[in-house]
Design a binder for this molecule. Structure first.
Ligand code: CP
Ligand code: NVA
Length: 307
């Protein structure tokens, strides 16, 4: 039997998204109780990272431990992969030792290659194209703060990157209206936008790709941003920094959103670039809840794939 994987939000059934969010809420409520269960006792999660990480690595590690299992950090650098062993052979061998594997890498196709061969669930810990665990955690935070997802207007300001792609798919699944403001040449992948628009038709969601930050932010319930230079794009830093300057979330931009709007950032942040320190530490910021919720949603994901 083929294992269940989590590679992108569009691959998860809408009912499963809701079930994951409900479970994550319960796990959060139970977090500090003595009755917290340890359903993954005896299971081992591999964490295979080819890029840096603070939240994804540590929250998956903690999640696995708190659910009674173990986790093992693997650097891509130290495996025989770096000396030419194939992904296929490595995936086959790791499947004999581990019960699931989180992978953070560059190309999304490479992740798919792992998933095609592995006999255990593969979880996308971020690729250049998608960051599904982030978007699922973000849905949890939005629902927790606004009480609903359907009908919420989310303005994403900045780069049409992996985080934006997963948010677009998450919005389409759950009936959120997402408006993106991106500089020319940095819009989200049109294939993802088009496919998500079809999904959004069924859920009442909507996807708009705009240029002006204020047009996207107007009367929005959520303002969201991410770094301008993603991991692996360091060479583009100079050009990008110039183009993205007008795309900062600051007090001025926040003033055009609803007075009740919340501000989100997946982190790590570059204070003074994509977001001002004032807003990041301000009353409307839910950024720290957002970071915390990665732990809870990932516990729900681990139970779903491994339980
Ligand atoms: N948001 C996020 O995935 O953070 P890390 O890069 O620290 O894992
Ligand atoms: N877009 C960012 C997200 C980091 C969590 C990157 O890929 O570096």
């Amino acid at each position: 039997m083929k294992p269940k994987h989590l590679l992108a939000v569009h691959e998860i059934a809408a009912g499963d998204v809701t079930a994951l969010l409900d479970r994550a809420d319960r796990l959060k409520a139970e977090r500090r109780t003595t009755t917290a269960k340890r359903p993954l006792t005896g299971k081992t999660l591999g964490l295979l990272f080819e890029k840096a990480s603070t939240r994804t690595r540590v929250s998956f590690d903690a999640a696995m431990n708190q659910l009674g299992g173990d986790s093992l950090f693997l650097s891509m650098q130290d495996l025989q992969l770096k000396r030419g062993e194939t992904v296929g052979d490595t995936a086959r061998v790791l499947s004999l030792y581990l019960d699931a594997l989180v992978i953070r890498t560059f190309g999304h196709d490479l992740l798919k290659e792992w998933a095609a061969v592995a006999a255990i669930p593969i979880i996308n810990g971020l690729t250049d194209l998608h960051h599904p665990c982030q978007a699922l955690g973000d849905l949890m935070t939005i629902r927790e703060r606004l009480g609903t997802l359907k009908g919420v207007t989310l303005a994403y300001i900045g780069d049409g990157n992996n985080v934006a792609h997963s948010l677009i798919e998450a919005a389409a699944k759950t009936g959120i209206g997402i408006r993106l403001a991106c500089p020319k040449g940095f819009e989200p992948d049109p294939l993802i936008v088009e496919a998500s628009r079809i999904v959004a038709k069924r859920t009442g969601g909507a996807i708009e790709v705009l240029r002006e930050p204020a047009a996207a932010a107007e009367d929005a319930d959520v303002l969201y941003t991410d770094v301008w230079i993603s991991m692996g794009q360091e060479k583009q830093a100079k050009t990008k920094l110039k183009k993205f300057k007008p795309y900062q979330i600051n007090e001025k931009l926040l003033s055009v959103a609803k007075p009740s709007a919340v501000v989100m950032h997946c982190l790590p942040a570059h204070r003074g670039l994509e977001i001002s320190s004032e807003v990041m530490d301000g009353k409307q910021s839910v950024i720290w809840d957002q970071a915390e919720n990665r732990l809870h949603i990932q516990k729900a994901i681990l139970e779903w794939l491994l339980g």
